[in-house]
Design a protein around this ligand. Sequence first.
Ligand SMILES: NC(=O)c1ccc[n+]([C@@H]2O[C@H](COP(=O)([O-])OP(=O)(O)OC[C@H]3O[C@@H](n4cnc5c(N)ncnc54)[C@H](O)[C@@H]3O)[C@@H](O)[C@H]2O)c1
Length: 238
Amino acid sequence: MNQEKPKIALIGYGKMGKEIESLAKARNFIITDIFDIDFPIDTTKEYSFEVAIDFTTPESVVDNIKKVATLGKNIVVGTTGWYDKIEEVKKIVEYYQIGLIFSPNFSIGIHIILKLIDEASKILNEINNYDILVEETHHRHKKDSPSGTALKIAEHILHNFKAKERIVTDPRDIDSKSIQIASLRLGEVFGIHRVILDSEFDTLEISHTAKNRKGFAIGALLAAEFIHRKKGFYEFNI
Ligand SMILES: NC(=O)c1ccc[n+]([C@@H]2O[C@H](COP(=O)([O-])OP(=O)(O)OC[C@H]3O[C@@H](n4cnc5c(N)ncnc54)[C@H](O)[C@@H]3O)[C@@H](O)[C@H]2O)c1
């Protein structure tokens, strides 16, 4: 990772924006601007930030990326629920020659889980006698469903386990070739992801529970250091 700290701007001053602000200050990052729905980025102005960090909404994120690109600045995208527009966003990054890094989950723990899932699903591919469920639980304010992280987990399984061909969210659509993602919403839960493997003989569970939002914020700041002065489209990885 590039260790030089960029000057940052926060786009979205909600739960994640505030968490990143407090961690960024503790880690000696300079925050030059904070944007939110009532104080949006103005592409006619000049700003001194070098990397923007977007934690907003699925509806606004692509427009925010476009504005940051127009300014010729780099961006970390933590917002989820926009991945059907990924090709459009790649074109923006290419056209404006900026750097963008995104992840549905910036916590290091989830990336360890993804590596475990890669290994487990390669073994499943050999023996193929387990049924699979991906389950995610988040706070009741979450706008997208299923979570971007649950989709990412299911995509990793699909990539390695050839007997499974698609993701379903409605239990009525389940068949032997599908992986079901179940989404639950409860109170103020930060994020729980579980992968349950079930056979005739046993049940295995791989799970990740976020205890707070700090893990996401630390990862987003690491990503800001990484993307500083780079060009191109990147997905966060460890
Ligand atoms: N990648 C990760 O690790 C990770 C972790 C947690 C949350 N998330 C995602 O980040 C996003 C934000 O989560 P949150 O919990 O902070 O939500 P939140 O609702 O607390 O905050 C969102 C903020 O964005 C602001 N906003 C809306 N439209 C805007 C616009 N056009 N310009 C600027 N600001 C705007 C809202 O006013 C609000 O303050 C969600 O998509 C969530 O799924 C990702």
